[in-house]
Design a binder for this molecule. Structure first.
Ligand SMILES: *[C@@H]1O[C@H](CO)[C@@H](O)[C@H](O)[C@H]1NC(C)=O
Length: 445
C-alpha cells in the first residue's frame, strides 16, 4: 500500500498543486496507508423501531506502516482539529472500519453536478474522515470524480481500454422503481443500486451492466424497452440513455455500456433472437447516443489485444462503447463491441466469491478474448430459496463483500483487474482505488 500512496500523493501534488486556487486543495492525504469514507448499505436498527439508513462508515488500512494512528473520526468539513470531530473511534488493528450513527442524508452532489454538468475535478460531499494521534495525519472525503479521466489525461491516455482499471455497476439500472405500479426505493431482492445513472457517472462509475427487457404491450416503441432485474421491470430505458448522453455531451469521459442480458421479449421460444426487437434497441441507442458511439468496426484492435487507447478515442471524440451479449446480432452489426466476459462466480457465499475471483482475475484477460475488456462481477447472487424465504437482502449481501472488494482490488487484483462491478458502490472505494491503479499503470508505460 505504501507504494500506491507515493503515486497518489504525487498525483495530488501535480493535479492540485499548492500554487493553484485554494478551493483546489488536496482532498486526500496520508504519508502511509489510507483512510476513506463509505456508506453502509443495509439499514441499521437503532433503538426500538428506529432505523438508520445510509450510515457513514470510516475505513482505514495502515498495513505495512511503522506507525498505526491511535484514532479515526468523522468530520463535516476539512479536518483540522479533533475538537471538530462529529464522532471518534479508536483504532486497534492495522485495517478495519467503524460504522458511525450518522446518516449521509440526501447525498446531494457538490460543485453544480446535482442538476447537470458542474465544475471539473474531484469534489467532496460533506463527510470527511481523518486519522492520527494528537495531530491529524491522514484525511480524505467522500468524493465525486465526475471528470477523473480528463483530470488524469496526461497519465492515462496512452493506456488501452483493456489496461485501465474501471469502476462499474452491476445491474446499473436497478435503482428505485419507476413503473406505473411502484416508485419504491428500497427493497430486498431487486434493487442493486441506490444512485441514478447520472449520479453514478458523476461519482466516477464508467461501466454499466444493463439488463434490458422488451414489453410489446406499450403503443409507443420507446416505451417498450426497460431495464430489469431478471423478470422484474425497474425503469424505462430511454431516459437513462438521455442521462448518459448529457454526461457525454458535457465531459471528455469515456463510458462503457454493456447490454449483458435480455431477460424478456428478445428471444423466441426456440432461443433464436427476435430480430425486430434487437433492431429496435439498436436504433434507440443510435438515436440517443449516435454522435458519441465509438464503432468497433473503426476502433477494434482484434482478438487477444487490449483495444484502442483512450487517446485514440478522444482524438476522434468517440467516447461511448456499446457491447452486446448476442454474437449473432454482433456479427450483423459490426459496430457493436463483442460480448464482454463477466467473471461471475454465481454463488451466494462470499468466501467462494473471492476464491473464484482471485483465480479468474489473475488469468484474465484470456489470450484470445474477442473483447478487450472484462468485468469482475464482485457481488454474490442470492439463490431462489434465499429470495423465497427472504434470507438476507441484496444490501446485506453487498455489505458482506464490498469492503473486501476494496481490499482485493488494492492488492491481489491490482495487476490484472480491468472493470470491477459492484452493487451499492458507495459501500466500497473501487472508484478511487481504480483511479489510483490506472494512473499507476499509465506511469509505467
Ligand atoms: C473480508 O475481510 C475481513 C477483514 O480482513 C476478513 O476477516 C474476512 O474473512 C474477509 N471475508 C472474505 C469472504 O474473504
Amino acid at each position: 500500500m505504501a507504494v500506491s500512496w507515493v503515486a497518489l500523493v504525487a498525483l495530488a501534488a501535480t493535479a492540485l498543486g499548492a500554487s493553484i486556487a485554494p478551493e483546489k486543495q488536496v482532498l486526500e492525504k496520508s504519508s502511509c496507508g489510507r483512510v476513506w469514507v463509505t456508506v453502509h448499505s443495509p439499514e441499521i436498527r437503532v433503538s426500538g423501531s428506529a432505523r438508520l439508513v445510509d450510515a457513514v462508515e470510516l475505513n482505514w488500512d495502515f498495513n505495512g506502516c511503522s506507525n498505526i494512528p491511535r484514532q479515526i473520526g468523522l468530520f463535516d468539513a476539512r479536518p483540522t482539529s479533533w475538537d471538530n470531530a462529529m464522532s471518534i473511534f479508536s483504532i486497534n488493528e492495522e485495517d478495519g472500519h467503524a460504522v458511525t450513527s450518522i446518516s449521509l442524508g440526501e447525498g446531494a452532489l457538490p460543485a453544480g453536478w446535482d442538476v447537470g454538468p458542474g465544475h471539473k475535478g474531484p469534489h467532496c460531499l460533506w463527510p470527511w474522515v481523518a486519522a492520527g494521534d494528537d495531530q491529524i495525519q491522514s484525511f480524505n472525503c467522500l468524493k465525486i470524480q465526475p471528470t477523473w479521466m480528463e483530470d488524469n489525461a496526461a497519465k492515462i491516455n496512452h493506456l488501452r481500454i483493456g489496461e485501465l482499471a474501471i469502476a462499474g455497476t452491476h445491474n446499473a439500472g436497478a435503482w428505485r422503481f419507476n413503473t406505473e405500479l411502484s416508485s419504491v426505493a428500497r427493497d430486498s431482492f431487486v434493487l442493486c443500486q441506490d444512485r441514478s445513472i447520472w449520479a453514478q457517472l458523476v461519482h466516477g462509475i464508467r461501466y454499466f451492466d444493463f439488463r434490458i427487457a422488451y414489453y410489446d404491450f406499450y403503443d409507443n416503441e420507446d416505451d417498450r424497452y426497460w431495464l430489469n432485474h431478471n423478470l422484474i421491470r425497474v425503469r424505462p430505458l430511454v431516459p437513462l440513455l438521455k442521462e448518459i448522453r448529457t454526461f457525454l455531451d458535457h465531459t471528455r469521459e469515456v463510458v462503457f455500456l454493456d447490454a449483458h442480458h435480455f431477460p424478456m421479449g428478445f428471444y423466441n421460444q426456440d432461443g433464436s433472437p427476435i430480430r425486430s426487437v434487437h433492431a429496435g434497441l439498436i436504433r434507440l441507442v443510435q438515436r440517443e447516443l449516435g454522435p458519441h458511439l465509438a464503432l468497433a468496426s473503426d476502433f477494434s484492435t482484434g482478438a487477444g489485444t487490449r483495444g484502442p487507447t483512450l487517446q485514440s478515442l478522444l482524438n476522434s471524440d468517440k467516447r461511448l462503447l456499446f457491447s452486446y451479449v448476442d454474437n449473432a446480432i454482433v456479427s450483423e452489426n459490426t459496430w457493436l463491441w463483442p460480448i464482454l466476459p463477466h467473471l461471475w462466480a454465481n454463488t451466494n457465499n462470499p468466501t467462494e466469491l473471492f476464491q473464484y475471483l482471485d483465480q479468474a482475475v489473475t488469468v484474465s484477460p484470456q489470450p484470445n478474448a474477442r473483447s478487450p475488456l472484462h468485468s469482475a462481477m464482485a457481488q454474490t447472487t442470492p439463490t431462489v430459496l434465499d429470495i423465497l424465504f427472504l434470507r438476507g437482502s441484496l444490501r446485506e449481501n453487498a455489505d458482506a463483500v464490498n469492503r473486501n472488494v476494496t481490499a482485493r482490488l488494492a492488492t491481489r487484483w491490482r495487476q490484472h483487474a480491468n472493470i470491477v462491478s459492484t452493487d451499492f458502490f458507495l459501500g466500497n472505494d473501487v472508484i478511487d482505488v481504480s483511479i489510483i491503479i490506472s494512473v499507476e499503470r499509465g506511469s509505467r508505460l
